[in-house]
Design a protein around this ligand. Sequence first.
Ligand code: IMP
Ligand code: MG
Length: 184
Amino acid sequence: MKSKHIDLTVQSFELLFPQDRIQQRIREMGRRISDDYFGKRPVLLGVLKGCVVFMADLMRAVTIPAEVEFIAARSYGSKVDPGQLILSGGPSTSLKGRHVLLVEAVVDTGRTAHSILEWLKSMEPASLEIVTLLNKKGRREFDVSIKYAGFEIGNDFVIGYGLDHDQLYRNLPFIGKVIDTFGR
Ligand code: IMP
Ligand code: MG
């Protein structure tokens, strides 16, 4: 009988960031955001699904009153041609005049963040910044400025802590770097 647990042997990966290191870094980010937004009641707007684990930690590391909202982003298409970016859901409150922090697990080409920012700008927020756990600067195709980045990483494909490969591995409590993928 097959194990009911995730079969990690289908992915070959190296540990990149262990859980304690990630959580320590997120606590620092939360402290900085709390200082910068003191008295401002910011809206933390998470980009699903990747943001879930990061958001859960970040919102608890923020020590000032803050609201939490989500938007879902997915792109249809292949790796080569990412196709159309589909946004769904979105904030249940008006963002006009609000201090908005877009919360992403990873900014890669910057396409997702760029598209969402353009859309958010039309809502006339008082301020708009990006918070990302991982930043792949070297992969950038769209110009986005990131105010809060947890870790700068290279061109690697990473999994865990909310990040998937084919919808799996989001529930790994650490971040791993994929070395080889089978059946991709
Ligand atoms: P973008 O290229 O910045 O628009 O990133 C698009 C999306 O690709 C991200 O929001 C993630 O969902 C996904 N992505 C980019 N790099 C990685 C990775 O290393 N692991 C898992 N997902 C990734
Ligand atoms: Mg994905």
